[in-house]
Design a protein. Structure first.
Length: 149
């Protein structure tokens, strides 16, 4: 079982360490951006830790008032606990919040090379809103996806 808690600046090192293993450098936020995200307060980051306190997953969500959507900035699950439903659970929390607070759905971007991410978002019903050519660098395309309320 994993425990859920909101991230603070004290979690910066753990998040950046896990991110380095899970994302290519052109996609990873890196230390400086994470420090800003955790400090700024506009974006919320949620963590899942195991019994020993090791970081097993994180998700960041930004309420975007212009689009009136919740924007998932990033999501990752440690390989030790994959395919156990944790990403589905974290996204479910975002979707529940979107309904409860009356947002116009949930938005995110994903690399077209990310087979597991694409499978996850397909499974949850996220639809392609826009193709994003070269979004992650030359020849590395992305997709903007939305789950409508
Ligand atoms: C993508 C990722 C977050 C999925 O996390 P997870 O906790 O393993 O996903 P879940 O167990 O909640 O999977 C939910 C559903 O998504 C789909 N799915 C998830 N991973 C999949 C995979 N590797 N292959 C096929 N389908 C997959 C399945 O439909 C799955 O349901 P099922 O297990 O009942 O078949 C995880 O693989 C990861 O962190 N990858 C690296 C970082 C990343 O790509 N993040 C997303 C970037 S936008």
């Amino acid at each position: 079982m994993l425990s859920f808690c909101p991230a603070t600046s004290d979690d910066l090192a753990d998040i950046v360490k896990l991110e380095r293993y899970l994302f290519a450098p052109e996609i990873a936020f890196g230390h400086a951006r994470w420090r800003e995200l955790l400090r700024a307060g506009r974006c919320e980051t949620w963590l899942l830790r195991d019994r020993e306190g090791a970081l097993m997953a994180y998700l960041s969500v930004l309420p975007h008032r212009g689009w009136r959507r919740l924007v998932v900035q990033t999501l990752a699950v440690h390989w030790k606990v994959r395919r156990q439903g944790w990403a589905r659970w974290l996204l479910g929390e975002v979707i529940r919040r979107s309904h409860a607070e009356g947002w116009r759905g949930v938005r995110l971007e994903v690399s077209e090379r990310n087979e597991e991410g694409l499978a996850l978002y397909d499974a949850l019903g996220f639809r392609i809103m826009t193709h994003l050519p070269d979004y992650y660098g030359p020849g590395h395309h992305g997709q903007r996806r939305v789950l409508a309320p």
